[in-house]
Design a binder for this molecule. Structure first.
Ligand SMILES: NC(=O)c1ccc[n+]([C@@H]2O[C@H](COP(=O)([O-])OP(=O)(O)OC[C@H]3O[C@@H](n4cnc5c(N)ncnc54)[C@H](O)[C@@H]3O)[C@@H](O)[C@H]2O)c1
Length: 425
């Protein structure tokens, strides 16, 4: 099979750490032909890590795209509100795309990109990485084989984790929906995509409630300072930046973590660079006094075509991450726990049994193994292999976005049910 030459646009956490790294995993399938970022530091790090010549490194997406089509495919990994401009230009130039989610925070831009890709006959794979995990692959297989009959209701919980909310959605890049996108789109389009894919049904009606409960000035503890380093009450605050980035087991640099989230504060993190970032940068701000507005909890009710129902809950206030999914069918029930990689199947006739996904697949790093498998699927398709059952088209991915847009509209209108047929049109 032919090696795919890719141009990686945006060398942040996704472009550099999740996707460029795949060149080491699939050297026979992928080659980095060009890379672009406005951060000279990130560009230089990518150049060093992957041995790129200077001539393959561009100081912006715009500079790279100005050169015309210089690779087979482009990976669009810039920020949410840049996706549409970068993706539509790359499509016009003839690139197939691996496009980070969301397609766009604007519903109209999503529609236009679907039309453009269809008109030009280009492949666009949106990075709905969870579809590509062995875990959801197994869940899909069980549902399709009728392990629990017809699935009539799904309860799906997205456990954000308290420090992840603070890092990304209070202090970080996705805190403000005007600058990035609403939480239900940016965080949960994965979940709405999963629900539609797992059940094989589109949404008919959507309603939603939710809001920002905790991370507001009114909720600040008495005496809290503007930055954690100056704060007299930080000892009792779970969102204290020093805890998250230095001392917490799992996330803290001093506990051996040099990857995400600390590498967001400094691309090559060490104690002085992280302390400096906490003292001076956005990640050391008090979580009660940031310019954030995205929800920290939200529920979405979905009536799917055929009268099936689903409920999605997104919540910041969890210690454990991952997703929990309970599927209730006419012949049995499935209780699935992503963080434990366990699927419990409870048929009404017959014995219960468990599927331990860790025993079925080796590498479960990077979104439970979804990141690398998504890239491999994309590389295979671009080089002519047939689509896999989990391959997403842009139009299918857009469906997950339409549900999220409808949910946000409903939430802002006090929970009014939105008819999806009218909304799509
Ligand atoms: N699929 C997933 O599960 C998943 C997970 C996290 C984030 N995301 C999405 O991926 C995208 C990137 O997220 P990230 O965490 O890598 O963010 P990031 O901020 O770490 O990376 C974005 C990069 O784009 C660069 N950039 C900005 N303007 C540019 C331009 N004009 N030309 C070239 N580069 C430019 C920035 O300097 C930065 O390095 C976001 O849209 C985010 O919502 C997806």
């Amino acid at each position: 099979m032919k090696k795919v030459r890719v141009a990686i646009i945006g060398l942040g956490n996704r472009g550099l750490h999740a996707y460029a790294a795949c060149v080491k995993l699939y050297p026979e399938k992928m080659e980095i032909a060009a890379a672009a970022d406005i951060s000279p530091e990130r560009l230089e790090l990518t150049r060093k890590l992957y041995g790129l010549p200077e001539s393959a490194c561009y100081p912006s997406a715009e500079a790279l795209l100005e050169r015309g089509k210089i690779a087979d495919a482009a990976f669009i990994c810039t920020q949410d509100r840049q996706h549409f401009a970068h993706a539509s230009r790359a499509l016009e130039l003839g690139y197939d795309l691996l496009l980070e989610k969301p397609i766009s925070p604007e519903v109209e831009e999503c529609r236009r990109l679907v039309e453009l890709a269809e008109k030009l006959g280009r492949r666009v794979s949106v990075c709905h990485v969870l579809r590509y995990t062995p875990f959801y692959g197994e869940l899909k297989r069980l549902i399709d084989e009728g392990a629990v009959g017809d699935v009539v209701n799904v309860q799906h919980v997205e456990n954000v984790i308290y420090w992840h909310q603070a890092h990304s959605f209070v202090r970080g890049n996705w805190r403000n929906s005007g600058e990035s996108s609403p939480m239900i789109l940016q965080k949960c389009c994965h979940d709405t995509d999963l629900l539609v894919w797992l059940l094989g049904r589109r949404a008919a009606k959507v309603s939603s409630f939710g809001g920002l409960y905790e991370f507001r000035p009114e909720r600040a503890p008495e005496g809290a300072a503007l930055r954690c380093v100056d704060c007299p009450v930080r000892r009792d605050c779970p969102y204290d930046a020093e805890k998250i980035y230095l001392t917490n087991p799992g996330t803290g640099l001093l506990r051996g973590n040099t990857g995400w989230p600390v590498d967001v504060l400094a691309p090559e993190p060490d104690e002085p660079s992280i302390r400096r970032a906490i003292e001076e940068g956005p990640y050391g701000r008090c979580v009660y006094r940031c310019d954030n507005d995205v929800c920290d909890h939200q529920v979405v009710n979905i009536e799917l075509e055929g009268g099936v129902t689903a409920q999605l809950t997104m919540c910041a206030f969890t210690k454990r991450g991952g997703r929990d999914t309970v599927l209730m069918g006419t012949k049995g029930q499935i209780i699935a726990n992503l963080s434990e990689q366990m699927i419990h199947v409870l048929p009404y006739s017959g014995e219960n049994y468990d599927v331990d996904v860790r025993k079925l697949a080796h590498d479960l790093s990077g979104h439970a193994g979804g990141d690398t498998r998504l890239v491999e699927d994309f590389l295979d398709i671009v080089s002519g292999a047939p689509e896999s059952p989990r391959t997403t088209t842009l139009a299918q991915s857009a469906e997950s976005h339409y549900i999220a847009f409808a949910a946000e509209l409903s939430r802002l209108q006090g929970g009014r049910a939105v008819d999806m047929r009218e909304f799509r049109e």
